[in-house]
Design a protein around this ligand. Structure first.
Ligand code: MG
Length: 282
């Protein structure tokens, strides 16, 4: 991956709401973030098969995103209860699974794993906060030993809270996957100032759009096709330029795996991003 801001899509093989790899190929993208396949697909035989398929398609995986059984994004309180490493009774088993996913990523030649950590308490004096710091250090240290980076998905906390959390964890391989739409969906603040503030940690992004809820932070905002929501993508690219971000622009669209709908909506997103890239001479 050499050119600046290659366009990518969030893809999946057998789990998650990503685009099928053949659809990604038809759309002409050259990079994907991959939602981790189920455990039973993370075998050496399947890994070799995925490798061949990706090589045939000319697609590079830039990040493997973790996902766990039992996570639900039904509404904001359910996310707080079920997502990421926050649920206490599941934490050890999810860390073990995350490290297994990181091994899968390594076997796929991918040096980055991404995840939703879940709702970290906003108050640093909450005992749960210290436990999440420790859990994140365990993950970073294990991944770091294999030369891997860990990217935290944004959105579940305001920029100040995330910045404080990352500096407290204090690990050189801990970075951010910045998703501007999540800031809006979860009601956690204006995305563009957050991107500028967190810029030094941002190593991957999701190009996703959304409209604010009328009760931000209590109920979901609404995800939209790119360019139809409240994220100003022209400004988004300008802020990416200002923080010297050169990585992929990974389009994420959380809609069912209907190839025709994915092709038309993601095709529209690609056109928009290409026209905005052109304003930067790309
Ligand atoms: Mg995202």
């Amino acid at each position: 991956m050499s050119a600046k801001w290659p366009i990518g899509v969030f893809a999946s093989i057998d789990a998650g709401l990503g685009v099928d790899l053949d659809v990604a190929k038809d759309l002409g993208v050259t990079t994907v973030q991959l939602h981790t396949p189920h455990a039973e697909s993370r075998t050496p035989e399947r890994i070799a098969e995925f490798h061949r398929h990706l090589d045939d398609l000319g697609i590079e995986v830039t990040c493997v995103f973790a996902g766990f059984e039992g996570e639900s994004y039904a509404d904001i309180p359910t996310v707080e209860r079920t997502v990421g490493l926050v649920p206490k009774d599941l934490r050890d088993e999810r860390i073990a699974e995350l490290l297994d996913i990181a091994k899968f990523a390594g076997a796929m030649g991918v040096d980055t794993v991404g995840l939703h950590l879940g709702f970290v308490p906003h108050d640093a004096s909450d005992p749960e906060y210290a436990e999440m710091v420790e859990a994140t250090r365990r993950v970073c240290d294990a991944c770091g030993a294999d030369g891997q980076r860990v990217h935290l998905e944004t959105g579940q906390e305001p920029a100040d809270v995330l910045e404080k959390f990352i500096t407290t964890v204090d690990r050189a391989n801990l970075f951010i996957n910045f998703d501007p739409a999540n800031m809006i969906l979860y009601g956690c603040g204006e995305p563009l100032p957050a991107l500028a503030q967190l810029g030094r940690f941002v190593r991957s992004v999701h190009c996703k759009d959304a409209k604010w809820s009328d009760q931000p932070g209590k109920t979901w905002g609404t995800e939209t096709p790119l360019g139809q929501g409240d994220v100003d993508f022209r400004q988004f690219l300008r802020v990416l330029e200002s923080i010297d971000y050169t990585g992929p622009l990974t389009i994420e669209r959380e809609i069912p795996q209907e190839p025709e709908r994915q092709k038309s909506e993601i095709g529209g997103a690609i056109e928009l991003l290409q026209s905005l890239k052109a304003e930067h001479g790309l």
